[in-house]
Each structure stands twice: as C-alpha cells, then as structure tokens.
Design a protein around this ligand. Structure first.
Ligand code: GDP
Length: 334
C-alpha cells in the first residue's frame, strides 16, 4: 500500500498544479480502503470551491475511429492556445478483447510529455453504468489543479456513453465515413446524445466519402427533435493526421459553451448531473450494503431455487428480503 500524505499536503499539491500529487490524489480517491475513503471524501469536499471552471468534453466512438489520435491532435491545438488539458480515459471493458485504451495511451506520448497536459487511464474499481464512479471525482481534482479543458474518452460500445454524457458539458461523437453502413454499430440513442458529430479521418482518398457521410448524418440528425437547450448539433469533418477541421471543432465547442452559459442551460445541466450522481451513488451504496449482509445472503441462498423454478413470486420475495435487510441493518459510522 502506498504511504498516504496528509490532507493539507494533497490539497496544496493539487492546488499548485503539481501533476505528481494530482496523480496521487486520484489514486487516493480511487482507493476502496475505509481510511482512504474518509480522507478522499474530505479532500474532494475541500477542493469543490476550486473545481468546475473547466469545459468538460466527452469523446466517444467505436474502437478504431481514431479517438486517441484525435485527442492527441486536438490537445495539441488547445495547448497552443495556452490551455491546460487533462485527459481521463474510461475503459468500460474487461469484456473488450484487447486492452485497447491502455495501448492507446502510449500513443498520446506528445501530449503526456507536455507539462500543461495530464493523462490518466481508466480508474479501477466499481462502476456506475459501466464507467468508474471515480472518474467524476478525478475530473473535479483536475479542475482544482487548474486544468481548463478536461476530455473524458470512452469506447463507443453502449452503456458507458450514458454515464459519460452524465458528467460532461459537451459530448462529441466521432464517426467514420463507411460505405453504406452509416450507423456502424453506433446506436441511434448515442447519436441523439451527441452535442456534436465529427466525421473523422477526412483526409486523402477518404475526404470525398467523409463529406458525403457528413451530409447523411446531417439529414439523419434533422429527424431528431431539438433538446431542451435548443442546440442543433453540428456535423463536422476532421482529420487528426492533417489537422484539418480540428480548430473549427474547438470553435463549435466554445460557441456551445458561450450560448449555453448565456441561456443558463450550462449550469442547469451541471446541477442536474450532480443530483443524478447523488441518486446513483445512494443506490449503489444501498445495493452494496444489501448484498453484503449475511442474513440477506443466507435467505437468498435458501430460496433462490424457488424463484428460479417459479414457485416463489420474485416480487413477494424481494419485499421480504428488503424487510430482512432493514431489520438487521447496522449503520457504519462515517
Ligand atoms: P481509437 O481506437 O478510437 O482510439 O483509434 P486510434 O486513435 O487508435 O486510431 C486507429 C487508427 O486510425 C490508427 O491506425 C490511426 O493511425 C488511424 N487514424 C487516426 N486518426 C486518423 C486520421 O485522422 N486519418 C487517418 N487517415 N487515419 C487516422
């Protein structure tokens, strides 16, 4: 186990933008040890007033669409503009075949070599909606450390998008120009979540197809009703090899931020996200306590077969289990 520092040391380290201490603070936040959870909770709470000043961008797309390459090229543009950039990668997958994200990190070499950038692979531990619940706290710490753009990368294979969408301000979907298979495994629901779509790898022989795909996606998006924020998501083309279109994408994101801050939606969205986060974490804690209780475990073990063979009504039994849980519940002091 790593030796822990004091609350003050973490606080000062993070606030001074020290990347090593920021990294250690995130490790602390990821820990599942009771003593760490206590310290981490204090740290995040104390740093809250210093958080929130970044623009949080979620980036998704199927494996191979070029997310890592995009983040590296896009990050470079942001650094040139004098921004400090943090990248948090979310890997929903032990089920994914190869640990693609960790492999990708080695390709973000240029970005990670820059002192104004910070790259952190997927936090370990329990997940909410397929995304480490600690990613959100890691994001807050990065903000307190002075990073003005936070990119949260997720593999576009389903459940993790919803969780990432729930913690960012702008959700960018990278797509490819595919021959006919315009939806390429990206579900309609994910397109609906996007605040912007970028048809990636729009270079060389692929440029023409990319422009056609852009027109097709624009048409597809027209079929979706505008959301509460009245934002009509731009469909762009871009290449991380040539850099074409990336500045334009950044301008669109800034335009979004300006408009949403002006209308009040920006803060409203964040407020809603915080409440939802609270709700999900409460559910998680309750579920965890429930499944850890020995009385519950025993009763479940005894009666499970009857639920399976259809002789015990699942809903009746669920109520009984919950009653047993509450009758035997002993609160932890924390
Ligand atoms: P990820 O799995 O979404 O993170 O995708 P990667 O960033 O690993 O990229 C997958 C492959 O696409 C790599 O071989 C990249 O070199 C290539 N690639 C990424 N961006 C571009 C681009 O803008 N244009 C072209 N032609 N290839 C790209």
């Amino acid at each position: 186990m790593m030796k822990r520092k004091s609350l003050e040391e973490y606080k000062e380290g993070v606030l001074s933008g020290n990347r090593v201490l920021l990294s250690q603070a995130i490790t602390l936040v990821e820990s599942t040890l009771e003593s760490d959870i206590h310290l981490a909770g204090k740290l995040v709470q104390d740093l809250l007033p210093f958080s929130g000043k970044s623009i949080r961008i979620g980036i998704t797309g199927v494996p191979g669409v070029g997310k890592s390459t995009f983040i590296e090229a896009f990050g470079k543009i942001l650094l040139e503009e004098g921004k400090k950039v943090a990248v948090l990668a979310v890997d929903p997958s032990s089920q994914q075949s190869k640990g693609s994200i960790l492999g990708d990190k080695t390709r973000m070499e240029k970005l990670s070599a820059d002192k104004r950038a910070f790259i952190r692979p997927s936090p370990s531990g329990f997940t909410l909606g397929g995304v480490s619940a600690k990613t959100r706290e890691a994001m807050l710490l990065c903000e307190a450390a002075g990073f003005d753009v936070i990119m949260v990368e997720t593999v576009g294979v389903g459940q993790s998008e919803t969780a990432v969408k729930g913690m960012v301000d702008f959700f960018l979907l990278l797509m490819l120009a595919g021959a006919g298979d315009e939806l390429q495994g990206i579900k309609k629901g994910i397109m609906e979540m996007a605040d912007g779509i970028l048809v990636h790898k729009a270079d060389g022989d692929n440029l023409k197809a990319a422009k056609i795909a852009r027109a097709n996606y624009r048409n597809a998006l027209h079929l979706f009703p505008l959301g509460e924020n009245n934002w009509s998501p731009p469909v762009m083309t871009g290449s991380s090899l040539t850099g074409e279109g990336l500045k334009d994408c950044w301008m669109k994101i800034q335009d979004y931020q300006e408009k949403m801050q002006g209308s009040g939606y920006f803060e409203k969205n964040r407020a809603g996200q915080r409440l939802k986060w609270l709700d999900e974490y409460v559910q998680y804690l309750l579920g965890k306590a429930f499944h850890e209780q020995v009385k519950v475990q025993n009763l479940l073990a005894n009666e499970k077969e009857h639920v399976k063979d259809g002789t015990l009504n699942p809903m009746t039994f669920a109520r009984k289990l919950v009653n047993v849980f509450f009758e035997n519940f002993k609160p932890k002091n924390s």
